[in-house]
Design a protein around this ligand. Structure first.
Ligand SMILES: [Zn+2]
Length: 130
């Protein structure tokens, strides 16, 4: 078991193993959250009259990676969002123990949570980590 760090936006589904799927940024999620619409073909499965060239695309859908996309240290999480744009001050960081399932779309670990260690506001997390 390892400790992971994840940012949780205020409009995300509840944090837990049932919702632990990593989606591509900006993708439209399927009802159960396990797949996203392919951005290459806009979910149609075709591009210019031919089958979608994205090798992960299955008739317009791409399987999500099992586990939450997360970081293995506080420093990594902060660096990740420094390059993506800062979260809002009241977005929440979840620190959790879990099992790593694989690797996400940006090379980050993806993990299924087993126990939440703590949750705190992004601003508090950053000031504590300095
Ligand atoms: Zn596609």
């Amino acid at each position: 078991m390892a400790v992971f760090y994840r940012l949780r936006w205020s409009d995300c589904p509840p944090f837990g193993p049932d919702n632990a799927w990593s989606a591509l940024w900006g993708g439209t999620r399927s009802d159960d959250g396990s797949r996203t619409e392919c951005l290459t073909c806009d979910g149609t499965g075709q591009l210019d009259g031919r089958p979608c060239p994205d090798r992960d695309c299955d008739e317009g859908w791409i399987d999500c990676v099992a586990g939450y996309s997360c970081c293995a240290s506080a420093e990594e999480l902060i660096a990740y969002f420094n390059s993506r744009g800062e979260p809002a001050a009241d977005d929440t960081v979840v620190v959790f123990e879990g099992r790593q399932m694989g690797t996400g779309f940006d090379g980050e670990p993806t993990a299924v949570p087993e126990r939440i260690v703590e949750t705190l506001a992004w601003a508090d997390f950053v000031s504590r980590s300095k």
